[in-house]
Write a protein that binds this ligand. Structure first.
Ligand code: GLA
Length: 418
């Protein structure tokens, strides 16, 4: 499902046109709805607890390990999440993606790969829980997963019961081999069997934005993919962010647009690009699912995944998905996310090949005229009280942004505000 390969040989100017057109097409009328249209929450839904008041955070095996998953990896990852500070920073779901499952027994019960998971899923879930983490698995609405393993078709009930018995807290459900199935109806059925278990289980929808989930998935799952798979390269990040931006209205406490899992630390991008990737995901209130080897992180990777000030933007309780407020065409983008305390997170992103000076006026980001305190969320430094009275060049807030990089700030209106 990777979209990035075709971008690699494309000249930059053509890319800019493609990206702009893609964004315009994806943002066309009728693609975004504020309320779920197809499936209004049932009375049971109204009574159910809000499972994701803020975007889920954790780790998923797929981006780094693909099918090479086993219980040693999961135990070591659980240890790493507890020991590196990731859990404390909010990464609490440890999710095994595709390939943990091999077959079904004669009664239809799903079987975890006995060679790779000899201790079984229940014992593994217990271990993950003993670290203070939550445990997640992966399935597919169709008869086979994307990697050809047994999917859930025909077995929704038995699977939900099995997962609850094992103690899972999160399930990602893919859409491979689903042909002409009705996505809202199928995922609602999956939600209902999960609910029937009585165990709170986050449902992560993964139909890649094929069926406009932003119009119906709220109330069905807690997060829904909006695009095809991410790749560990800058063009993929830029393309996905542009597409995900179009559906900002649909996100909010309890239901989030999912632009796919993080690639931070996987080696295909520069430090600046990974910082921009992480900033974009945070400003978009995206689920933050690390996708790198957490047992062997460089200091640079840790400084990104553990940046508490950027994480706080993502996890802000107001739950608004930030969006592009200025698109300068030549590569400068300004993204803004309003936060619960009245401040604004602003990410200046540079898609161009060279450094760009970018500026913003308070009126463009909803800050009232007058002084405002600005803090740099990557330098972890206050950068003064700035004013924008709309009179002179000096009075607008301007920053230099590295190529394929970001400057991310938080701005509090009023000089004295903390
Ligand atoms: C699809 C999903 C990915 C991953 C793989 C596993 O491509 O979009 O995120 O789960 O399947 O096979």
């Amino acid at each position: 499902m990777t979209t990035s390969a075709s971008f690699k040989k494309t000249p930059a100017w053509m890319m800019a046109i493609v990206l702009t057109l893609t964004a315009l097409v994806a943002c066309g009328p009728g693609k975004t709805a504020k309320e779920p249209a197809a499936s209004a929450p049932s009375p049971a839904a109204a009574a159910a607890p809000v499972l994701a008041p803020v975007p889920p955070m954790g780790f998923n095996t797929w981006n780094k390990f693909g099918c090479d998953v086993d219980e040693k990896l999961i135990r070591e990852t659980a240890d790493a999440m507890a020991e590196t500070g990731l859990l404390e920073a909010g990464y609490k779901y440890l999710v095994i993606d595709d390939c943990w499952q091999v077959d079904r027994d004669p009664s239809g019960r799903i079987i975890a790969d006995p060679r790779r998971f000899p201790g079984g899923m229940k014992a593994l879930a217990d271990y993950v829980h003993s670290k203070g983490l939550k445990f997640g698995l992966y399935s597919d609405i169709g008869p086979k997963t994307c990697a050809g393993r047994p999917g859930a078709a025909g077995h929704f009930d038995v699977d939900a019961a099995t997962y609850a018995e094992w103690g899972i807290d999160y399930i990602k459900v893919d859409w491979c081999n689903c042909d002409d199935l009705d996505a809202p109806a199928e995922y609602a059925r999956f939600r209902d069997v999960l609910r029937a278990t009585g165990r709170p289980i986050v449902l992560s929808l993964c139909e890649w934005g094929r069926n406009d989930p932003w119009t119906w998935a709220k109330g069905v799952g807690q997060l829904w993919r909006t695009t095809s798979d991410i790749g560990d390269d800058w063009q993929s990040v830029v393309w996905i962010a542009g597409a995900n931006n179009c559906h900002a209205d649909a996100a909010g406490p309890g239901g989030w647009n999912d632009p796919d899992m993080l690639e931070v630390g996987n080696g295909g991008m520069t430090f600046d690009e990974y910082k921009a990737h992480f900033s974009l995901w945070a400003v978009m209130a995206a689920p933050l699912m690390a996708g790198n080897d957490l047992r062997a992180m460089t200091e640079e990777t840790k400084s990104i995944l553990l940046n508490k000030e950027v994480i706080a933007v993502d996890q802000d309780p107001l739950g608004v998905q930030g969006r592009i407020v200025i698109d300068r065409g030549y590569g400068g983008q300004v993204w803004m996310k309003p936060l619960a305390d009245g401040s604004k997170a602003v990410a200046f992103v540079n898609l161009a090949k060279g450094e760009l000076a970018q500026y913003v006026r308070w009126s463009q980001i909803g800050i009232p005229p007058g002084p405002a305190r600005v803090r740099d969320l990557w330098a972890h430094a206050d950068i003064g009280v700035h004013t924008d009275q709309g009179k002179t060049f000096d009075e607008r807030f301007e920053v230099k942004v590295p190529s394929h990089g970001v400057v991310m700030v938080r701005i509090w209106p009023g000089a004295a505000a903390k």
